[in-house]
Ligand binder design. Structure first.
Ligand SMILES: [Zn+2]
Length: 724
């Protein structure tokens, strides 16, 4: 449930576009390019229910698969990515053409090990028992601290973990960060928050922990007592860690301390030995992200029986590896992570779970396969142009905004000029020479993971390679990386309906353009703006600009706080403000970029694509309604063809198509429990809100659909917020 690759990056992880989702099932986009009328409900008045108008067809025909908490475009694309990759992996497995020992050979072998459930069931927990023995051997706090030094290579972060990331004070070099404890629940609030749903979840979590300890031979009574004590210990550990609000202030995490200072502050750890064990011989300073926690830790450990600490460590091993072991322990983990936290009824098919691990531990070996088949050079070329246009449009808007002073704008221009752009896949693929094939699935995966962990530690103190990718190319998501000051659009998201190089421009600007604009604004939001054009923590805003920006953000907080997503459940405007502001900015920037594009082509934003009048010159024509036979089969299940709705859709203006596309990519169905988890812990608003609320803050939306006072979708001009 905890993805080591990401937890290592701590909370400085790049800002992603959506909460990560897991996926399965099937989707077929057919042969249509751009908007698909079968996804819409043309009988609905867009002025009354725009989301339904844009997505009604899709909403009517889509059920949330039993193995998912929610379903939408991200999940559909993820499904497609998995189908594509599984076909490629199976082909390689059967063809036997891979060179033994090559990265792809290792990935294919790992896939086979993961799929061999009989073998896994036979081994049960035996591959990881040596890790449990290491914990059992601890008899004192001194031995605990010796154990901690190398625990990361057994995937245990324990009470003190170290990861490597660009230095907050000099983003051109990698720095080691000392962070907080392992917590199995999604965040600190689950331990300390007073929302009733947390109170329901906590006893179920403790029960699950008891069940997990049972696999290690604990009697039911021992397991229940140990699980409760371990939970209480976690609460003590969670308490002094940064709150979610505090985490948004990067300077609170920026506390460089020399090893000598650390030795004075926290003498229980032999710091020189710790960094040596991790392979960071030249390191003499760590950036402490959790000072309050470090201050409290010795006291917490002193007050806790060593057996309780050991049970906590064992549970971390079980949470980390459980899903890679036998069916029984997987089921225990799924019953909590899937059923309780997401309301999911069934687990994902085995092959998808194994593929997910491959994507995690051999991301580039698998990514190369995907890109070669599913991301043509034409697509890369076109999306690069599109990103350039969005950057220009953002720059133009920056010049025009009246709340930012010229002084701040000067540095903002520099930051925009420095913005790194990563599109599709890395220029240089990562290799996995150190990864070994072991005799069990779980240990083969760990070997690959450890090779990456060792590599990242070895980089501490060295230069940051700004072209390096930190996410797999097959990821269905987009990112802004604050310290690299870079926007990242992996090939996985550069697929229809987000992006289709054969679709009409308005559809692409409304869908992926919105996303690109969203990511660009992150460089200048409440968090991104704490870092300067070089990615260093530096205040470059005047006090007045900060105040005006904060006041504008507060308007967005209030606007979203008022949105009810379930009876009496409202969006947490504060928790989601940064992402909402990015959505509001994203649609403004994308709309400008489309206007610029059309102007360059001599086209009008009011022009229809192919309508009763003249076809628009230069626009990429939408293929006539002669989809391939497969697509017809797919779409006939829906009330598509009757009144030739393709022609109707083509009668929409560019402006209308833009806003429809912007609503389409956020279509989503979510189970109630999953929605509650998102509201409680997610930084993004739910899909249906993201698909319409940004448009409702854009004047052109009201113009495009002639929405007026009295219409449901109307938002009075005085309430519309435009920041970027
Ligand atoms: Zn975002």
């Amino acid at each position: 449930m905890v993805d080591r690759r990401w937890s290592l990056l701590g909370f400085l992880v790049a800002c992603s576009l959506l909460i990560s989702t897991v996926a399965p099932a099937v989707a077929d986009h057919g042969s249509l390019h751009g908007l698909n009328p079968a996804d819409m409900d043309l009988s609905v008045d867009p002025r009354e229910d725009f989301y339904r108008f844009a997505n009604g067809g899709w909403l009517d025909r889509t059920d949330i698969p039993a193995d998912m908490g929610s379903y939408g475009v991200f999940a559909e694309l993820n499904d497609q990515m998995q189908i594509d990759l599984l076909a490629l992996l199976r082909g390689l497995e059967e063809s036997d053409t891979l060179e033994e020992g090559s990265d792809q050979w290792k990935a294919v072998q790992l896939f086979a090990q993961g799929m061999d459930m009989d073998q896994r069931n036979e081994e049960r927990l035996s591959p990881i028992l040596p890790f449990i023995d290491d914990i059992d051997a601890i008899t004192s706090l001194e031995e605990l601290h010796a154990y901690q030094q190398g625990a990361i290579f057994e995937s245990v972060g324990g009470v003190l973990s170290i990861y490597v990331s660009p230095d907050l004070n000099d983003a051109s070099i990698y720095a080691p960060y000392l962070s907080g404890p392992f917590l199995a629940l999604p965040n600190r609030d689950y331990y300390l928050g007073d929302d009733p749903s947390f109170e329901e979840i906590r006893p179920l979590y403790v029960e699950t922990n008891a069940e997990l300890l049972g696999y290690l031979g604990y009697s039911p009574e021992e397991a229940t007592a140990a699980a409760q004590a371990s939970y209480d210990f976690e609460v003590f550990l969670a308490e002094p860690t940064l709150t979610r609000e505090e985490q948004q202030n990067f300077s609170l995490a920026n506390n460089p301390m020399s090893l000598a200072e650390l030795a004075e502050q926290y003498p229980m750890m032999n710091w020189d030995q710790f960094v040596d064990t991790l392979g960071m011989e030249d390191v003499d300073t760590l950036i402490v992200t959790e000072t309050r926690y470090l201050d409290a830790l010795a006291g917490i450990l002193d007050a806790t029986p060593i057996e309780v600490i050991k049970d906590y460590l064992k549970l971390e091993v079980l949470w980390t590896f459980g899903a890679r072991l036998d069916q029984d322990i997987y089921t225990t983990i799924f019953d909590f992570s899937g059923r309780v936290l997401s309301g999911v009824e069934e687990s994902r098919p085995l092959e998808e779970r194994v593929l997910a691990l491959l994507n995690q531990v051999y991301p580039d070996a698998v990514g190369q396969l995907y890109v070669a088949e599913h991301f043509p050079p034409e697509a890369k070329e076109q999306i690069e142009t599109l990103v350039d246009e969005l950057v220009i449009a953002f720059g133009d808007r920056l010049e025009q905004i009246d709340w930012m002073s010229e002084e701040t704008k000067e540095t903002a221009r520099e930051k925009l000029a420095n913005l790194g752009v990563q599109v599709g896949y890395p220029d240089v693929w990562q290799t996995y020479e150190e990864a070994e094939l072991e005799d069990s699935y779980v240990l083969s995966a760990l070997s690959a993971q450890n090779s990456e962990v060792r590599e990242s530690y070895a980089e501490a103190g060295g230069p940051v390679d700004k072209t390096e990718w930190t996410v797999p190319a097959q990821t269905v998501n987009a990112f802004y990386s604050p310290q690299r000051n870079a926007i990242v659009f992996p090939a996985g998201i550069l697929q229809a309906p987000f992006f289709d190089y054969q679709a009409d421009p308005a559809s692409n600007y409304g869908a992926i353009g919105f996303v690109i604009g969203h990511e660009i604004t992150h460089g200048f939001d409440l968090q991104g703006s704490q870092l300067d054009p070089d990615g260093n923590l530096n205040e470059w805003w005047t006090e007045g600009d900060r105040e005006r920006f904060q006041a504008l953000n507060d308007l967005v907080v209030a606007q979203y706080d008022a949105i009810e997503v379930l009876p009496d459940v409202f969006i947490n405007g504060q928790l989601t403000v940064t992402e909402n502001v990015a959505d509001l900015g994203g649609i403004q920037v994308a709309y400008d970029a489309l206007s610029n594009y059309l102007e360059g082509e001599g086209e009008s934003i009011d022009a229809v694509l192919i309508g009763p009048a003249e076809p628009v010159a230069g626009a990429t024509p939408i293929p006539a309604a002669t989809p391939d036979p497969g697509a017809v089969l797919e779409t006939l299940a829906t009330p598509l063809a009757e009144a030739s709705p393709v022609a109707t859709v083509q009668e929409f203006t560019q402006q209308q198509r833009f806003f429809i596309a912007a609503a389409t990519v956020w279509r989503n169905k979510t189970r109630e429990q999953s929605l509650m988890t998102q509201i409680l812990s997610g930084v993004h608003s739910p899909g249906p809100v993201r698909g319409t609320q940004p448009s409702r803050n854009h004047n052109a939306f009201f113009e495009a659909f002639e929405i007026e006072e009295g219409d449901e979708e109307f938002l009075p001009p005085a309430e519309r917020v435009v920041i970027w």
